[in-house]
Write a protein that binds this ligand. Structure first.
Ligand code: SF4
Length: 312
């Protein structure tokens, strides 16, 4: 059983506000990792999105003629980096403070059964990283409790790339059942494990691009794997909870239709130092208060600030 002791790799209407943001390129993301130390820092796969590139922002700034931009002649060496106004949702900082307050007990399923709690902390680093990736693959369309149970059964037999490759599909299916889409996950786990053995020496790749190229691994899993397994924040991990809540709170400039679209919209304005926190915070909030159906708005500290509260 995944125990708390095994946790380790861890770790703000329509009105337009402006916030100055540095354009200094090459800023590194804040890492997170194993407590007390991450598995391994470095190789932070900062996925510099094209829309976030300094070149594009500079062009945008030129079009906007931001009032505080100085002319080239006014800029000397050591001048402040170019700044542009960034759209932010109204009241997001207070909404975030309220969500943190509602989540201060850390007693949602994700807090004790999430990916950071399902690997064997005594295993060698690359085995831990493999277990992190496997638990993420199992977790899609699956409750945390079910994922944790499957991980417990897998770990009881020794969960490594080799052990999975030596397990026949029928047995693997029985071990991971009843995780969502367990049949196709058996296939993806086998395929991904074979690739990891052949190309990565049994370890998992350390970039989002390589992770999403693995069968059954999507963007949310890749960003969580980068954070939990490699201690590197590469992007916001957006699942169905984060997607739903971001839209209810109007944290996206316009309504988004998919978690990936929501990720892009959030990364355009949410300060990078909050990227790692936001997943666990909103997932637990979505599990306990902002439920998919009949959200508990009467008990929500954001009721007066939530654009969606009246319509639900
Ligand atoms: S008021 Fe209701 S819909 Fe809005 S964030 Fe709170 S629980 Fe969710």
């Amino acid at each position: 059983m995944c125990s708390p002791q095994e946790s380790g790799m861890t770790a703000l209407s329509a009105r337009m506000l402006t916030r100055s943001r540095s354009l200094r390129p090459g800023a590194r993301p804040r890492g997170c990792g194993e407590e007390p130390a991450p598995l391994r820092r470095g190789e932070a796969a900062a996925e510099a999105r094209k829309s976030h590139s300094p070149v594009k922002r500079a062009r945008k700034a030129q079009r906007l003629h931001v009032s505080y931009e100085g002319s080239d002649s006014e800029k000397g060496e050591g001048a402040e980096p170019l700044k542009v106004p960034v759209w932010e949702p109204q009241d997001w900082q207070q909404q975030l403070v309220n969500i943190r307050a509602m989540r201060n007990k850390k007693d949602a399923p994700v807090d004790h059964l999430g990916v950071e709690h399902c690997y064997d902390s005594s295993a060698p680093p690359k085995v831990r990283r493999y277990q992190v990736l496997l638990s993420l693959m199992l977790s899609s369309q699956t409750k945390d409790q079910v994922t944790a149970g499957a991980m417990q059964r897998l770990r009881a037999r020794g969960l490594t790339v080799d052990s999975i490759l030596q397990t026949d599909d029928a047995t693997l299916g029985k071990l991971i059942y009843p995780v969502g889409f367990w049949r196709i996950k058996v296939k993806y786990i086998k395929q991904t494990s074979a690739i990891l053995q052949q190309r990565y020496g049994g370890d998992i790749p350390a970039s989002v691009a390589e992770l999403v190229a693995l069968p059954g691994v999507g963007p949310k899993m890749a960003h969580l794997a980068m954070a939990v397994a490699w201690g590197s924040v590469s992007g916001i991990a957006v699942d169905t909870h984060v997607h739903r809540i971001a839209n209810r709170l109007r944290w996206t400039k316009k309504a988004t239709k998919s978690p990936e679209e929501t990720r892009v919209a959030l990364e355009e304005w949410l300060p990078r130092e909050l990227w790692h926190e936001i997943n666990g915070l909103l997932v637990g909030f979505g599990q306990q208060t902002c439920l998919p159906v009949r959200p508990r708005c009467q008990a929500c500290l954001n009721q007066a600030l939530c654009p969606a509260a009246q319509g639900l």
